[in-house]
Write a protein of this length. Sequence first.
Lengths: 1019, 178, 457
Amino acid sequence: MSNGTEPANLPEASQPTAGGREYWRSLEELAGTEAFKALMGNHLPRHAAAWTSAMDRREFLKLMGASLALAGVSGCLSPAPAPPDEKIVPYVNQPEEIVPGKPLYFATAIPAEGYGRGILVESHMGRPTKVEGNPQHPASLGATDAGTQASVLGLYDPDRSRVISNAGRVATWDAFFSALNAELESQRVSQGAGLRILTETVTSPTLAAQLQEILRIFPKAKWHQFDGGAGDYAQQGARMAFGQPLETFYRLEDADVIVSLDGDFLLRSPASLRYAREFINRRRIPGTSSEANRLYMIESTFSLTGSNADHRLAISPSAIPQLATTLAARLGVQISAQQPAISPAHEKWLGALVKDLQAHRGRSAIMPGEYQPAIVHALAHAMNDALGNIGKTVFYTDPVAVNATNHAESLRELVQDLEDNAAQVLIMLGGNPAYTAPADVDFPSHLVTSNFNVHLSLYEDETSALCHWHIPQAHYLESWSDVRAYDGTVTIMQPLIAPLYGGRTAHEILAALAGQAERSSYEIVRDYWRGQSKEKNFDAAWRTALHDGFVAGSAFSPRNVKPKPAAGFDASALKERSSGAAVKAQNEPSIEVIYRPDPSVLDGRFANNGWLQELPKPLTKLTWDNAVLMSPATAAKLGITYQVGGTGGEHGTIYADVVELEYDGRRTRGPGWIVPGHADDCVTIHLGYGRRRAGRVGTNLGFNANALRTLDTLWHGTSIAIRKTGAQYALACTQFHHLMEGRDLVRAGTIDGYHKNPKFLRERESEKEAPATLYPGYKYDGYAWGMSIDVNACIGCNACVAACHAENNGPVVGKKEVLRGREMHWIRVDRYHRGDPSNPETYYQPVPCMQCENAPCELVCPVGATTHSQEGLNDMVYNRCVGTRYCSNNCPYKVRRFNFFLYSDFKTESLKLLRNPDVTVRSRGVMEKCTYCVQRINQAKIAAEKDDRAVHDGEIETACQQACPTRAIIFGNINDPQSQVSQLKAQPLSYGLLTELNTRPRTTYQAKLRNPNPEIENG
Amino acid sequence: MARLPIYGLMAEFDSPEALLEAGRRAFAEGFRRMDAYSPFPVDGLAEAIGFHRTRVPLIVLIGGLLGCIGGFYLQYWVAVIDYPINIGGRPLNSWPSFIPVTFELTILLAALAAFFGVLALNRLPMPYHPVFNVERFELASRNRFFLCIEAADTNFELERTRRFLDEIGSLGTYEVEP
Amino acid sequence: MASKPPDISSDTLPVLEPGHTFASITDKISSIVLTGRTPLFWYISFGIGFLLVLLLLFCITAVVSVGIGLFGVMIPVAWGWAIVNFVWWIGIGHAGTLISAILLLLRQKWRQSINRFAEAMTLFAVACAGIFPLIHLGRPWFAYWLFPYPSTMGIQPQFRSPLVWDVFAVSTYFTVSLLFWFLGLIPDLATLRDRATRRVPRFIYGMLAMGWRGSAVHWHRYESAYLLLAGLATPLVVSVHTVVSFDFAVALVPGWHSTIFPPYFVAGAIYSGFAMVLTIAIPLRKLYGLEDFITLRHLKNMAIVMLATGMIVAYGYLMETFMAWYSGDIFEKYMMMNRMFGPYGWLYWVLILFNILIPQALWVRSLQTNPWVLFFIAIAVNIGMWLERYVIVVVSLHRDFLPSAWGMYSGTIFDYGVFVGTIGLFVALLFLFIRLLPMISIFEMRELVHEEEARSE
């Protein structure tokens, strides 16, 4: 996507029209021009009056601010972005007017694979620029994940589809509406027998109501669901165990012992942010007085959660249900199925686990993975019941997903109907089934058989290309809607900006189906809730809901349920429905395959998001590609090797052997990648790559795993054939070396060891005191900023990296440059392995700039482009930098990043809206690095000076700190002994990185403490 | 002084020794305004015709001192007075780091002084000089040695001087056009 | 000639073949310049050089207009070929001034027939070296920020940075070498002025000679100035590569942060410098039939200097290895192991072969005077010294403190292009010099003849 001479990160936009350029000449001129008045008329009709009519100053300034900021892009975006017409409610008190340069925050929610997460969006003069977590929202607690951070880039993605198109030709909404009506005429006659609606997971109450309305009008119509990333076995498991669909959630802060059956709950769960916080809170030192929790992981692929487990059992996917059965039996669950024998090694492990669980009845939790077959979920419920956890650590509520069905079955039926020509009218709301559907259903060729189909989506993707009608979808930051969180809490989503490309929401499409083409989603959502509201003063309630970012008391209350006796579980009946042949695999030893959504781009929905593509994946540190992940033993068996590239090498290019995978006669090829800790005799393939119509960033990256999948083997498959092809493929890996080479970089101990002797670390380090220096130390009176990073709390989720990139206008350099080790992340999460490669311990260490007091980089800069501030910040003066790169050579932490080319995209108009106006966009030939978010520091200082006080502790949060789900990063004033950061630095577990070099880093770390089970650890 | 018809008399010799001898004799004879020309430096020739000390070393010394003091002060001024700023926690006056540049500037100015000093003292560049009017003089840069007594010398008297030069073994004596 | 070192007095080989007079020498050397017809090999050599200069210009244009990313540099290896070449060229630039200055102070007569082109070589080498730090900046158009000048920004260079020391050292070195070289040229320019038959050359040489007429008084001042310049140049030569070595020694990168660097860089510089003088002298004396002036005696002496400095360099390598082990510093230890057995290990062993083992042949007396052997060894040393700088710069950087930041480096086509280009520039300049200026100091050769006669009488 970027080549040596043209490394423009995100693809260039179509050149703006002359108009667009002119606007920039001067704002004064602009405000006067006819063009501006026209602009007002076109894009802000309801406000245009404010110009002609009596001068309403507040309105005037608001519009000036908004319009001027946005006018420039009107050339290439039509209509020009503008604040939504309807009244939206800022999170803070509405200020007198928009103060240029002073951002506003609005609460809304991001629908992450259907489930809501509360967020606060920073808006600069009408431009949403940054997403933060909503501290009051149960699924966020103030944190965000990488995907949420990158969603802002998704909003301004120049590749989003811009027009309604009919068979590839530009069309209008009215044209669509009349065409639709024509089709519906016949459907009305047949009561909608030929009408099919395909959605992804739906949790929106309004949308649900609309769908029911449609099904009322067209009784014979069908609503199908297929979500590329959703494992829907939890509902089936609940049906099996309770006879009804139920949502399960856990209260991990009360769990002493956690057992995850292949559940990656720290990363892939609607509640992952909350789980991560609760999980880590129980391990923090000094933490809660209660004992630290212990996590046992049983999984095949090496997941983020697995890498944070105290004990981990890596077994092939087909063995997990068996082990679950055995475990259940040991815990006293009555099993009808015969208990398979297990190996002595596992025996011992299991024994210790069972003991531990028994010792913590009611204070433990068994968490099944979303991709495990229903039987595993059912058994988990039974085990939790047997352990008395239900109501203590495990809770059940009504299902959050509306009308949760088995997606695989739902898709199968739809395709059948298409085949039988029973489905004539197909309305697809979001999703990209032409790409995400498994190969065996051959969705694309069936799709074209229907005589009228509509696709609503953000991009003109693989599916749109096959549809009669494509409707550009409004981004969630442009939409009025609502969404439920994991516990049912409703957030009413308010738009931050009017649709950039005139996108439509699913609400509007369904309204059109119901014959109301002109209803805006605002009216639809608001009317729905007015209908629901029992409040006398609905407007006040509405306003509060918008302001807070959630509807108070909308969470489902836990249901008091008890699982049926496990003997009743019918494993066999669910065989083909459950995750593929996992169960039938017992007697044929062969390579099994595991499909998982990619940690960054999920099922491919974020494929065109450069930030996510370039984000190193948590464990493999791969970027821009997916790979066939396998254990060292399996790789050896298959003869898969790698070769470190001569350029970039361990910090860039790795040449991996390409393997050919075959299943059911379908073939695909992809690079093999060795992952220590992966289970043997199985491989993991991440979905979301091999897109053909993703956009200029995401097209033709990696390989498409869907080409192998079948409906029966959506997540697990057996007896897949793997061949080494002899070809090699260059993978961009930002950290290939995973050993510490005996260096004390991540310091670790055990919690027991700590309790025995809290000073164990200091004593070990005592001989390594920073050497004496000839120079007198500098005096830092006033503020002295410092940071403490708790390695013990870091789960390696990358949220900080994405947040930093978003906050600091980080560029995307493209695969070619990453291959050369030139990625531009200011903070990186180093990943180290220790111990047996077949099942290693994993350590994560976020490394931002250390802001050394004796900064080696400053000393060697010939032009004084990097110097020290009064507050101990290691400042980087871009304007003064001539680019000798000596500073980077002399930085022992290698946190400095250099603009080898013009990486920042200065051309694409829509991306200009994305920039954080408080941070310089770096140009070619200058060095850059972490600044401790100096712009935030200065804002806080100015605010403090205005009301003549000192900056409070915690008033400044760096971007990485704010995003961190586990609060692993703490920033503050180390001159204030009371500040949180000072107290952390005083902890015996606090240590500095490479302090023997006498760099005196301001960023320090808290040692990692594991909590192993002595029985397993010793022996 | 009134303009003279000729610049002086030039005698040609074929070896440095001869020239040296001639120089001594001429000096003994009382001639002062004269100069000797040779294709390469001849030891003692300058002394022989009464030129003893040169001021070049002094000039070089001054240049060196200027470079040394100026060089250090430049850095001190920049780091301590003009724009004091915390660089890597080092003291403003990190004098050890200032030594290399001080040293280089010392050498630089001394060298410049030496080069331009010698040119200035030798009154070079000098595009025109009467001695070049002598046909044979082009051999002064090959294998011939010349002694030129200027007419401006108080003892200069054309015929007597010519005779004197022939006595001291001139291979050829020429009048030098002014 | 009071202070003649014994090894030379005991020596049988002459510094100047007998039977030469002031006239013969003058005519022989000046004819090379003043002759009407230029030899074919000159056209060929200069032509090749010129083409490579065009390549150089192309690469520079590309890098400046597109970005430094065209080079192979990355994080962690932010310095690559460019800096390697810079140090290499600077090193080569050491022999010239050293030969003319130090040997002058030591009154070594054998210097006189090689100092002129050795000095020219210095100038051209430093000119080539100067190109690299400049174009390998991220923003070369701001390079002048490294000089102190009355700046409206009110900000000046940061004098604690070795790079600033470098700027001063190298520019001073270039200036002083230039003065020294030109001062030596003045009398010979006068000779050419007087020998030239055609008007234009006569005029040009006349202007350059500034009216030099060989006056005894002028010679007197001239000699004292020349001697003083030599006295100044001598510590300067030593200081330049010392300062260059500071670029590395001051940094804390394992493999750079070492107190032995200054002496061993200087020795290395002289080593490579003499190697380059031999590389050039041996063909030239053949092509231009100068065997009488550049005699086997010169080759022998240079061979001995190479052997001596080569041993110092070897000692440097030894000490580095020893200290890495003796310091007990885990990073130093790893650096040394990685240097020897890491991904770039083979480079280290090749450099040991070229820099240490092959030159040991010079212990054999007969080989010291064998032009072919000397030429081969000189080439080997040139390559070996380049590899040494590559190992120091790249191999130290590519694996430093945090394994998470380790990476591999390799040059790109542009790295190669610029390097080959500078070699072309060097060749082109050298042949221009040979064609237009006396490559051997004529007046000093006359002096030599005179002294030889004095000795024979």
